[in-house]
Design a protein around this ligand. Structure first.
Ligand code: 5GP
Ligand code: MG
Length: 172
């Protein structure tokens, strides 16, 4: 495993992004929608750095990924609880990869009548984008490698690592 970003770099990166989000939403109540499960570690740290009035909600997504390289269809496995009609919503995920997850959830939040929608991701992997979407707030950009830690898993392992690491590419 190769460490890409250690705990201290992540802390500083999240603080910097939180400052930009705070400037953008000054005086606005923000509904933070964390994407389960990988997004919760980043979301937990981000909301404590925001210094804004925040409501916290979650949405569960299954992507039917057969292996670490093939994305499948997006399915909502658990719906958000809070009403976002006329609310400012910040969608938070661990990584923006093909873009399918974030664009699907963004459309979902728009359909629920949010007045403003912004997106924040811990990691951006632009090499594999299949849907034209960029996140408004990105902590780190990563190359086309399989990353784990800080919410990101490999077969449900490693989500609790306090750093972000790259795994060797899967064979076959
Ligand atoms: P997208 O829909 O943008 O292709 O993928 C988003 C989801 O795919 C992320 O929320 C994450 O669960 C998963 N994903 C994409 N790339 C990686 C990666 O390098 N490592 C891990 N652990 N998950 C990834
Ligand atoms: Mg995910």
């Amino acid at each position: 495993m190769i460490v890409l970003h250690d705990a201290e770099a992540i802390r500083a990166g999240i603080q910097a992004v939180a400052r930009r989000i705070r400037e953008r939403f000054e005086g606005t109540e923000l509904t933070v929608l964390a994407i389960l499960r990988g997004g919760i570690v980043f979301a937990a740290d981000l909301i404590r750095a925001l210094e804004l009035p925040v409501r916290l909600d979650t949405i569960g997504v299954s992507s039917y990924r057969g292996d670490t390289t093939d994305p499948g269809a997006i399915q909502i496995s658990s719906s958000p609880s809070l009403d976002v009609k006329s609310k400012a919503v910040l969608i938070v995920d661990d990584i923006l990869d093909t873009g399918r997850t974030l664009s699907r959830i963004r459309a979902d939040v728009a359909a629920r009548g949010a007045s403003q929608i912004a997106t924040a991701v811990l990691l951006d992997k632009p090499a594999r984008r299949a849907v034209p979407i960029e996140a408004d707030f990105v902590v780190f950009t990563v190359p086309d490698v399989w990353v784990v830690g800080y919410g990101l898993d490999h077969d449900e392992k490693y989500r609790n690592l306090p750093y972000i690491a790259a795994l060797p590419a899967p064979s076959g």
